[in-house]
Design a protein around this ligand. Sequence first.
Ligand code: ATP
Ligand code: MG
Length: 257
Amino acid sequence: MRRVLIKCGGSVIDSLTPEFFSSLQKLISQNYQLIFVHGGGPDINEMLNLYHVKPEFHNGLRKTTEQTMKVVEMVLSGHTNRKLVHLLEVHGLNAFGLNGSDGKCLQAKYINKEQLGLVGEIEAVNQEVILMLLRENIITVITPIGISKTGEKLNVNADHAAAAVARELNCHYCLFVTDVDGIYIDGNLVSNVSEEDIHTYITEGKITGGMIPKVKSALAAIEKGLERVMIVSGKKAFFDGRNWMGTKIQGKAGILQ
Ligand SMILES: Nc1ncnc2c1ncn2[C@@H]1O[C@H](COP(=O)(O)OP(=O)(O)OP(=O)(O)O)[C@@H](O)[C@H]1O
Ligand SMILES: [Mg+2]
C-alpha cells in the first residue's frame, strides 16, 4: 500500500472544488491510502478578532498564549476539522476527525517557550489510531495540536505537522494543498524548485509569510526520502491519473526525483 499525506490549508477549505475531490478519487482508485492534516489560519484569525486578540507571527509561526490556545483548539478542532471531515464525507469518502493530542497521536515539545509560547514541534507520532482507521479504509483528518511529555497542549504549525506525520507514517507523497496554484516567482508559476532555489527566494523576499513554513516543511519531508512533495491548489485538479499540477519540490538542484 502506498500512502499520501495531504495537508489541507485553512486558506482553501472553503473553496475546495469538485475537481480537487476527483483528484483524490483518482489517487484512491490507484490504491493510495490518504491521511489528512489541516490548517485553519483564517478561521482562527476570525475568532481571535471577535475576542479582540491581535494575531502575532514570528517567521510565519503564530505566537500562542494560553488565551490564544483556547481559541485555536476550539476553532481548529470544533469547526475546521468538522468542516473538512464533512466535505470528504459529502464527496463519498469515509473520514474521521482526530485532535492531534488524542491518544497521544502528535507528541510535541516547545520550540521556544519565551518567544512563541505554547507552540510545539513534533517529536513522535503514535500511529495506532491512524493505522487502525486506514485498515478500515477510513481517512484520518488530524488537527495539528500536539501534546507535550508534561501534558500541555501545544499549537503545532500545520505544515510542520504534515511533514512529521508523512515521515513517521512512511508516506510516499506529501501534498501541501493551498489557495494558490503553487510557488510564484516574479509573477510566474514555477513547476520545480530545488533546495538552493528555495533558500535564495526566501532571502530575496520572493517566498514570504505562510509559504515559508510550507517550503521548509516540504524540504524536511524530501530529506526524509519522500518520493514526491508538492505544493498544489485546492481550487482545481492536482492529479489527472498520470500528471501532476503544481510546484514540485526537489532536494538538490538538477536532480529530478
Ligand atoms: N512565492 C510565493 N508563491 C505563492 N504564494 C506565496 C509566495 N510567497 C508567499 N505566498 C503566500 O503564501 C500563501 C499560502 O500560505 P498560507 O499560510 O496563507 O495558506 P495555507 O498554509 O494554505 O493555510 P493555513 O495556514 O490556514 O493552513 C499564499 O496565499 C500566498 O499569499
Ligand atoms: Mg499556512
